[in-house]
Design a protein around this ligand. Sequence first.
Ligand code: OOG
Ligand code: NI
Length: 463
Amino acid sequence: MPETKFASADSLRAAFSAAMSDMYRKEVPAYGTLIRLVEAVNAETLTADPELARRLEATDSLDRISAERHGAIRLGTADELKMMRRVFVVMGMYPVGYYDLSTAGVPVHSTAFRPVDDDHLKRNPFRVFTSLLRLELIADEELRAEAANILAARDIFTPGAHALVEKAERDGGLSPADGERFVEEVLETFRWHDKAVVDTAMYDRLHAAHRLIADIVSFRGPHINHLTPRTLDIDRVQDRMPGEGIAPKAVVEGPPTRRCPILLRQTSFKALEEPVAFVSSDGNWEKGSHTARFGEIEQRGVALTPKGRALYDALLTKARAKVRPAADGSNAGDYREALTEAFAEFPDDWNEIRRAGLGYFAYSLTEKGQRTEVKNGDIETAIEAGLIQFDPIVYEDFLPVSAAGIFQSNLGDGAAQEFVAGPNQRMFENDLGAAVLDEFAHYAAIEAASIRDCMRAPGSTMA
Ligand code: OOG
Ligand code: NI
C-alpha cells in the first residue's frame, strides 16, 4: 500500500487527544468548568495584550490555544509500559526524559510520550506523562506478591487495540478507517471504571501501603487521571478557580511569575472523591469511594541548559528550605514570597539569560540579515548589528519536583512517604523496551541546527 494511503501519526494524535478531551469532560464535569475558565482567561489575556496575540498568531494557532497539552496515566507492569510505547508510536509519540519520583515520596518512575520535532508539536502538541509503579518499593512482601498477581491478571488493552498496533507495525501505518477504529479502541484503555477488581479489604491494604498503589492496582485499567490545557495567565486562573466552585491546589508549581518565563508552571484543582464499587463475596457490590482524578493547567517558558537547570534547582531548593508549602494553603503567600526572593538571582532578561548560557535559543537571520552580506562576524557581533535574532526554545518536558507536587496534592494531604530507592533509569528503559530521549541533548541540537542555518545562509562567512 503506498504511504499516502495511511493516516498521518499527527492526525491520529489529534483525533486521540480530542476524543480524550470529550470523554474526560463528560466523566469529570469539574474539568469542563476548568476548561471554560481557561478559555475565558486566555481570551481576556489576548484582548489586553494585542502584541502577544500577534506573536501567538505567527507561531501557534490561536484557535487551538486552550487545547490540551498533556494528560497522565499510571501503569502497573513492564508489559503494560512496553505495549503503551507501541501504541504511542503509532500516534507519533516517543518517550522523552526520565523522572524519578521515589525521592519525593511517590513509588513510581516516569517518562513523557510526546511528539519530538517542532512541526509535529505544532500540528498537535499532546503528550502523556506516563508513570510505572515500582512494586519493589512496597515493603510488605506478601502484599507485593498479591498486587503483582492482581496486575498480572489484567489486560488493559482491547483485542482491537492489540490487532491494530500489530497491523500498523506490519504495514508501516493505518488507513484512515483503521485509524478511526484505533483511536476508539485505544480510548478504552484510558476510560474510568467505577467498579474495582478488588474487595474493600484489599483496597484498604493497598491504600495503606500508598494511595497511589491502590489507584494503580485496584482497577481494570489506567484511567486518565488528568488533562492539562495551556493557559496564558496561570496566576489568574489559580485565583479564579474558587469563584467557579473548584478547589485549587495550594500553590503553583515551578518558577515564580517572571517577565521572561522559564521551564514550566503548573497547578491543578484537587482530585475529586468519586463513588466506586468494590467486589464483595456475596456477589453484590460494596459501595465506596476513590480519589484520583483532577484537572490541571500549564504555562511554559524557555528550555534551560544544564547550567540553567542547576541554577533553577538550587534556587527552588533554597526557597523550599525557607518555606515548605503546606497542603492546606495556609502559607501559600509566604511560599510565593520566598520563591520570588530566591529567583531574584535568575536573570530576567532574554539576552542576559542567553549570554549567561542558561537557556536554549533558536537563532535566525533578521530581514536586514537576509539582505546584508555578513562578513567575518561572529554570532554576537551579528546580533549586535541586528543581523541575527534569537527566540527562546519552549520547554516541552516536565519537572520532577513539580510532578511530585502535583501527585502529592492529589493524593490527599499527609500522603508523603520516604522511599529508600534512587533513580533507576536502566530498569525503566528495560521495562519500556527502549531508551528515552535525552531532553538536554535534544534542545541543544535544535539550537545548534539554527546556528548552522544562519552560518550557511547565502553570503554568510560567519564562524
Ligand atoms: C502525574 C503527575 C505529573 C505533571 O504535569 O507534572 C504530571 C500523575 O499524577 O499521574 O502530570
Ligand atoms: Ni500533569
